[in-house]
Design a protein around this ligand. Structure first.
Ligand SMILES: *Cc1c(COP(=O)(O)O)cnc(C)c1O
Length: 488
């Protein structure tokens, strides 16, 4: 021992830590600087660039037998990784539903990785942070004190866990013996997210057991059609076990009438799950919060921190109005995980509330982002995105060839470029080609969807970096590219 340090014979006691900590520290500092610049300047580059074949080939090389130097790692990062991200951190990315991230959230992710916490359970700080952020969500959505939940990879997983909890609530014996002939059915609107059908497949119920209820002209689930479907199923010997209301559909941002669905579920004694992946977060934006009225009556809720709250991927959440409902579906631990107090305490373990045992420390980047920004600023960013959707729709509408394809209920604008003399199928191809051109030229990244069978350009604004000028640029580019392609 000298100066309080343990002197290690590195040759006889090797580890995977840096052999030269000072060199590692310099490398780490440089990398932080590089990434701060990257995010600060991201709007100056293209939104996306396709990977050249040569880059794909360089990425797909075999694992090295020997160590790679920091210098070579850094060169790989510059050549193979940094130029080719999907672009969702860019101010003109509006595809699918994706968050922009924040540099603060990324710093938290770094700290979490340095701690290397495993959040399946046990008694350590990370578990208490997870409970704290789940508690924040409970308050945001007006769930009762009995509520509990779990951080997940996203809403796909949260939807699966919720439907599994609903199923267990309906028949405890299902955990032991499987569904065994019971004909359990669930309901969601025809606009509901595809992860729900996957969840039904995974649960062994089959995707046909998820009844697709038609929507009205505002893309909201028709309540009378839902009531009829439930009655018909009961008459035919099916067991309705869950209704899913969507708070913010992925196509158009529509909100089902959650209160109306909740009344029906109460009468029928059916579990109400709300898929609020992004839309439920309007609860943080005072002018929009009313859209999600009734969400506090749900038995379970799925939502994402990584979409409209911009926590770095991945970070979703499942919330149940009674934590016991998740424990009833997933609880129970074998001897080697039993609690004898000490480090093995900290009941309940997150692994009792879901499928996974080993789990990362997602709570830190959520906790950090919400603390760093404050709830008001996060809510204002949501509100701003919806105002921007209104601005974009108005801006696009100045060109008589651009038709707004669905009511702009939230933050999503679906539009279609129409050129005289082209039939529906030709216009589908034209609009698809406009989106590809926008992406390939790195101008902007909207995505596509179909409404009423027709392909549209879909602009989903879950982006805190977008400015008015970005929407002007998009509207101009659609007009210019549309006219050029239509002339061919
Ligand atoms: C994004 C989304 C999902 C899936 O969530 P992931 O976090 O991508 O797994 C489910 N439902 C809706 C309405 C969504 O927008």
């Amino acid at each position: 021992m000298s100066e309080g340090r343990i002197v290690v014979d590195a040759a006889r006691n090797p580890s995977l830590d840096p052999q030269d900590w000072d060199a590692f520290r310099r490398f780490a500092h440089e990398l932080v600087d590089r990434m701060v610049d990257h995010v600060r300047d991201i709007g100056a580059g293209p939104v996306w660039r396709p990977l050249p074949d040569e880059v794909k080939a360089r990425i797909a090389t075999p694992a090295p037998a020997a160590p790679t130097s920091y210098q070579a790692l850094r060169e790989d990062l510059e050549a193979l990784v940094l130029p080719y991200s999907a672009g969702n951190a860019h101010p003109r990315f509006w595809g699918w539903v994706q968050g922009s991230g924040t540099p603060g959230g990324a710093l938290a992710e770094f700290v979490a990785a340095m701690l290397n916490s495993n959040c399946g359970g046990r008694d350590h700080g990370a578990i208490y942070l997870e409970r704290a952020v789940v508690g924040w969500a409970r308050d945001w959505f007006g769930f009762p004190p009995t509520a509990g939940g779990l951080l997940t990879s996203g809403s796909s997983m949260a939807n699966l866990l919720s439907l599994a909890a609903a199923r267990a609530h309906y028949g405890e014996e299902i955990r032991a013996r499987g569904v065994s002939g019971r004909r359990l059915v669930a309901y969601a609107s025809a606009e509901a997210h595809a992860s729900l059908a996957k969840a039904m497949e995974t649960l062994g119920l089959g995707r046909e057991a998820l009844r697709a209820i038609p929507v009205d002209e505002n893309y909201r689930m028709r309540l009378e059609a839902l009531a009829t479907a439930i009655a018909e199923d009961r008459d035919s010997g099916f067991e309705p076990f869950a209704v899913v209301a969507t708070a913010g559909t992925v196509n158009t941002g529509a909100f089902d009438d959650i209160s109306g669905v909740a009344d029906l579920c109460e009468r029928e004694k059916i579990w109400l799950h709300v898929d609020g992946a992004f839309g439920s977060l309007v609860r943080l934006a005072p002018k929009l919060a009313g859209l999600a009225d009734g969400i506090e009556r749900a038995d379970s809720l799925a939502f994402d921190f990584h979409k409209w709250l911009h926590v770095p991927y991945d970070a979703g959440c499942v919330l149940a109005r009674d934590e016991q409902m998740l424990r009833a579906a997933f609880g129970g631990r074998p001897h080697y995980l039993a609690s004898a107090g000490g480090l093995a305490g900290g009941e309940p373990w997150p692994s009792d509330l879901g499928l996974e045992l080993s789990r990362g420390f997602r709570a830190l980047k959520i906790w950090w982002t919400v603390k760093e920004q404050g709830v008001e600023r996060l809510g204002a960013a949501i509100q701003r995105n919806c105002a921007q959707a209104g601005y974009l729709a108005e801006r696009l509408g100045r060109n008589p060839r651009v038709k707004i394809a669905a009511p702009v209920a939230l933050n999503i604008v679906c539009c279609r470029y129409v050129a005289p003399g082209l039939d529906g199928a030709a216009l589908d191809r034209l609009n698809g080609a406009i989106v590809v051109a926008l992406q390939q030229r790195g101008i902007a990244a909207p995505s596509t969807t179909r409404l009423g069978g027709r392909l549209c350009i879909r602009v989903c604004i879950t982006n805190h970096r977008s400015r008015d000028a970005d929407f002007d640029a998009l509207a101009e580019a659609i007009s210019e590219i549309g006219a050029r392609l239509a002339a061919r």
